[in-house]
Structure formats: C-alpha cells, structure tokens
Design a binder for this molecule. Structure first.
Ligand SMILES: [Zn+2]
Length: 506
C-alpha cells in the first residue's frame, strides 16, 4: 500500500468544551464540525502534561514529560519522535509553529524536520500585556518610590496597584491601536499560507506537516474579522487591550475579574473561530493539490484554558481541572468512516504511535504509549485511565522552579484522582472527583467514600511512578544536559510566555 501522508494541527489552549463537535453552543468551529462528521472524534482526549512544555514531549515523542527527570524540558537530542520516525521512513517533513518559545530548536523540536519555522524572530509587535507607557526617568523613579512605600501595608499596596492600573489605562486612552499591532503571535492565516506554499512545492512523496497555532492563547487579540463573524464587533482593539490588561491584574480577586469574563471568552472564542477558518483553508489546499485522499489529518491541543471556573485564569498547572487537561481530538483517515468514541479517556501519550500506525509506519520501541489504531478503526476504545503529570511552576526557564514537587492526575471515564506531592509543604495530598455526578469538580468526594475506586487509581499512580524510575533513559538525560550546557543560557525573555503571565506594570 502506498504510504499515507500525515498532517497534525495542534492548537494552543484549545479546551474541549469550546468546539462545536463536542457540544459548545456558540458556533465557533463550523469547519471542524463538518470535518468531524467524517472523522474519528474522541470524546475524552486527555493531555499527558500541561502546559505546553509538559504536554509536547508526549505529543511528539510519546514520552511522559517527567520521564527523563524534571530538569529536562522538551525533546532530548537524538530522541526518537514522530517526526524522526517519519523522516527515517522516507517522508518529507515540515513544521510551522506560531512563535511559541517552548517549541523551538532550543528544546529539540526541530529534530526530524527538513523544514522548520518557529516564527520566533518575527513574532510580535508588542510583548507587554498592558501596553508600554513611555515615561521619563524622573517619573519612573518617583513611581518606584511610591510603589515601595505603598508596600508597607496590604491596604496601601492594593490602593497603589488599583491606582496604577487605572493610570495606565488613562495614559493609553488616546493611543491608536489595531488588533494586528497588539497581537503577540502570528495568526493562523500566516501559518497556513506558509504551509500551503510548502505543499505546493511537493512532489509525489509522502509528507508529514505539523502546524502549531496560537490564536486562542492570551493575550487575546483575534482578527477583527473573526470578532465580527461572532457578532462581537463592539469589542474594539482599545477595548480588547483594556480587557486583556484587566484580566491580567494580580491585585484583585476572581469576583471582580468575573465582570469581564464574558468578553474575555468572546475574544478567546474568536481566536478559535479564526483557527477553524484557516484549517478549512488548509483542507481545501490539500484537496486542490490532490493530497487529501491520501492523508491522515489530526487536530488536537496541548492543553486547555481556565476562565475562573476554579478561581484561576490562563493555564498554569496549579491543579489539573478538566478545563486544562481535556482537549479536542479528531482524526480523519480516508479509509475510516466518521464515528464518535465513547467517554473512555484517550491519553495523548498514545497519539504519536496511533498516528504512525494509521499511516503504516512502524512504531518505535522507545515510545511509552502504544497504537490504538486497530481498536479505533473498529470503533472501540478500551478502558484505560489517562495519566497527567507536571510540576506546578510558573517559570520553566528557572531550573529551580522545575525541581518543585510533582502534580499528577489519574483519570478514567468516571473518576479523577489528583495527587499533589507537596501541597504547601504538607506532604502528599489528594483530591478525588466523581466526574459523572460532579463534572465541574466543585466538591471532591469526601474522605472515606468510594475507597475501592480511590485505591485503584492510587495503585495506577504508583505503577506509573515505578515505571518512570525503571525506564529512565540516562543517556538521553545526559545528552539533554549537554545541550543545555552548550547553548547560551535560556533567557527568560520578556517575550517568552509563561503559563501565568507576570502582572503589574504598564
Ligand atoms: Zn500551550
């Protein structure tokens, strides 16, 4: 059989309950919903880690993010991945990634790609969430002194923060801005243009194309056209800048943030709408180049996004709620008709081997996941809990932050156990949820209830940790360290994103 080609589209921050084919009520994904009719739709795809840097080792290399040790971020040098496997099988490979600093050659993501563009040089016009206010040295010094003085009590500190926020808004009130000038990452149309141009130069050989789109990532500045399609033209660029600045405030609580939540979600949804529209263009290009019928096409996300459901914003893995770990996954293959798989979880640790199997390329031995292609083609998904692991940390560029204790979840179709190995330095704590009766995870199951289920999930966690110890690949770990030593120190650039952005200054 002629080898199938593969397209993998990953969308940053796209949560499962914001796509139509998984039940979202706002019409943000018409193209994906149509594609889903002819695809295998996974009702419960679960990431293996969050955020980006803890999710992608599983997506690209079918490896749990902490399997090489928590000091290693990204793909280790010479690690076998989806891309290297396809390259070695004779595929032409290309990646176009929308300026996510964690998906760069610095972290090994170029391995296996003949063409690799991460858009990090040309990225953004404005790296500050609040917008920069020019100021004189005198004013800056004066401001710093007042700020320092205000920190003497909680009350004056809060008053200073509030005043400073509104002062920044006042300073910016007349500045002319556009969504394009405020946006931090190249929008999906730029990435799809690049991909189409690359596709147009291909000959007959099988190819692997990976696109990573950042449109739903904060700060939320979707194209005006997307807002207008969702009847949200009232959110002007200036309004969007205010909303993003407000949403980013660290000095107020969830209750006050709540007042702009709907508008923030509208901006986020418009980003998803734009992604959807551009994916549709990509599909049309594949059809035009007569590559669609021979291509397996997969769309998923690296993690979701929180909008105060548990009092938090963005996607910092402080805990592992469904909003963060449950992502969309659809897989279209020419010979498999459309179907929806049940609520059994499908861990993205299995995605790479399943995709290799779907295109007919051997799955490497080092992958921790296994192909589910046979079951999937037959319309089944075996019951197998998904494991999510990460380190609760805001700054992965700081090695000391990465040494923090592990946070993990074991999730099956009905229950979820979240284990925090050192919550507030109090030792291991766990939260156990009944997802069927409490899908919002508002109240953990009381201690002592459902002891057998809880024990079963704990045993799965323990087996996972034991396996991690046994399988630790010392050679890859050393190679990754060597790379870190040889590279100039990873700078904690102002343009580099963190899971939770810094707050405060204008
Ligand atoms: Zn991400």
């Amino acid at each position: 059989m002629k080898k199938r080609s593969l397209v993998l589209v990953t969308v940053d921050c796209l949560r499962a309950d914001h796509v139509g084919f998984l039940g979202y009520s706002r019409a943000v994904t018409p193209a994906l919903d149509a594609l889903a009719q002819n695809s295998v739709v996974f009702s419960a795809a679960i990431v293996a880690g969050a955020p980006t840097y803890f999710s992608f080792p599983a997506i690209m290399a079918s490896r749990y993010p902490l399997a090489l040790g928590r000091d290693i971020l990204g793909i280790a040098p010479h690690e076998v991945t989806l891309a290297t496997s396809l390259r070695d099988a004779g595929y032409t490979t290309a990646a176009f990634l929308a300026g996510n600093p964690y998906l760069s050659p610095h972290f090994g993501y170029e391995q296996g790609f003949a063409t690799f563009r991460d858009f990090l040089e040309s990225g953004s016009a404005d790296t500050s969430v609040s917008g920069a206010v020019p100021s004189t040295n005198f004013l800056s010094d004066f401001n710093r002194r007042i700020q320092a003085d205000s920190r003497r009590t909680g009350l004056t500190g809060a008053a200073y923060d509030a005043l400073y926020f509104w002062y920044c808004q006042w300073r910016l009130r007349r500045e002319n801005v556009s969504m394009d000038s405020l946006r931090r990452y190249p929008p999906a149309d730029v990435l799809v243009d690049e991909a189409c141009s690359w596709l147009s130069g291909l000959r007959e050989q099988p190819f692997f194309l990976w696109l990573h789109l950042m449109d739903p990532h904060h700060p939320y500045y979707p194209p005006a056209e997307a807002l207008s399609s969702l009847d949200k033209s009232d959110i002007t660029p200036r309004r969007a800048r205010f909303l993003n600045s407000f949403w980013n405030r660290g000095d107020i609580g969830a209750r006050r943030l709540e007042r702009h939540r709907d508008e923030i979600i509208a901006l986020y949804d418009a980003g998803i709408f734009w992604v959807d529209k551009q994916i549709s263009r990509l599909v049309q290009a594949l059809q035009k180049f007569q590559r669609w019928d021979g291509t397996v096409f997969a769309v998923t996300a690296d993690h979701g996004e929180e909008f105060l459901e548990h009092g938090r914003r963005y996607h910092s893995p402080t805990s592992l709620p469904e909003q963060l770990i449950h992502v969309p996954l659809l897989l279209r293959s020419p010979e498999v008709s459309g179907m929806r798989l049940s609520q059994e979880p499908f861990s993205l640790i299995h995605l790479a081997p399943t995709l290799l199997d779907a295109v007919g390329v051997a799955v490497p031995d080092n992958f921790q996941g296994r192909s589910h292609w046979k079951e999937i083609s037959a319309g089944n998904l075996l019951s197998e809990p998904a494991i999510v692991e990460c380190v609760a940390s805001n700054n992965p560029f700081q090695p000391s932050d990465r040494m923090r204790p592990r946070l993990m979840a074991v999730r099956d179709a009905m229950y979820k156990l979240v284990i925090d190995f050192n919550q507030n330095f109090n030792g291991i704590t766990d939260s156990f949820y009944d997802l069927k009766n409490d899908p919002g995870e508002h109240s953990p199951v009381p201690d002592g209830a459902l002891p057998e289920v809880r024990a079963r999930l704990f045993k799965i966690a323990r087996a996972h940790l034991q396996q991690t110890q046994r399988n630790r690949n010392v050679e890859l770990r050393l190679l990754a360290h060597l790379r870190a030593i040889q590279q100039s120190p990873a700078k904690n650039q102002s343009g580099a994103i963190s899971a939770l952005p810094p707050t405060g200054s204008c």
